[in-house]
Design a binder for this molecule. Structure first.
Ligand code: ZN
Ligand code: ZN
Length: 245
């Protein structure tokens, strides 16, 4: 059960798991059979970058998520998500897209990441103790901080009242916004549902692949959205859902 505080209402919004654990088992069966996340296309192209062996190598496993919904005609719909990118892909057919527009993201990051990298190279070739180092470091820090802020402005969340806020506006808490906020399955799924007139009934996430180094995520284990990045924005995102279900 998700329970997240909404600053607009001054109360908690909730969402349970519904039938998503059983639906997750079916998804897992498909992943095991196909050995690829290319599960939803007509002509499965067997693109090697979509193979699931990626999840068992040095990059380790990943979170997957399911959102059980009904549409306005009360017909069931199931949405699927993977967290972040899958082996360099933001977009894979049949899986919900990220919260931001991928073209806008690429345009924004491409040039500036090159600049940041070239500053790093310059730093490596500047002798320790040289005055220039300080100004190079300051320049690089400013560039990455501005880039991070601008990236966050691309993440526009829609809730079930049809209101929109950036992750920065929606984030509830005093700590800074962690990197990757908005990239987890829960926010991706709920944002897609809110933008497409789908009413969520249940949500779950599970980890698939080689366990994380810290051991905090183990292959095949189910969980609710994370407390660090997701719960602080889910209060806003779930707002308006009670009146629809
Ligand atoms: Zn999360
Ligand atoms: Zn609310």
């Amino acid at each position: 059960m998700i329970k997240a505080f909404c600053t607009t209402c001054g109360s908690y919004h909730r969402l349970g798991t519904g039938n998503t654990i059983a639906l997750g088992a079916k998804l897992v069966e498909k992943l095991e059979r196909r050995k690829s996340i290319d599960l939803f296309t007509q002509a499965q192209k067997d693109a090697p970058t979509l193979f699931t062996n990626y999840l068992f190598g040095e990059n380790r496993g990943k979170m997957f998520g399911l959102l059980e919904c009904k549409d306005l005609q009360r017909k069931p719909a199931i949405l699927y998500a993977f967290s972040g990118q899958y082996n360099g892909h933001w977009l894979v057919e049949g899986w919900v897209p990220p919260i931001f527009n991928v073209d806008d993201f690429s345009n924004m990051t491409f040039e500036r990441e090159k600049q940041i990298k070239s500053l790093t190279r310059e730093l490596e070739h500047t002798a320790v103790g040289e005055k220039k180092r300080l100004s190079l470091r300051a320049e690089r820090k400013l560039l990455s901080q501005t880039l991070m802020k601008d990236i966050h402005s691309l993440y526009t969340l829609t809730n079930f009242r049809g209101q929109r806020q950036t992750v920065t506006q929606a984030f509830y808490g005093n700590n800074g916004i962690p990197t990757g906020t908005g990239d987890c399955c829960g926010p991706k799924l709920l944002n897609f549902a809110a933008n497409n007139d789908l009413i969520p009934l249940g949500l779950t996430e599970f980890f698939w692949g080689r366990a994380t180094k810290s051991g905090s995520h183990q292959h095949g284990t189910y969980s609710t959205p994370c407390n660090e990045k997701c719960v602080p924005i889910l209060g806003f995102m779930l707002c308006g859902l009670e009146s629809k279900s």
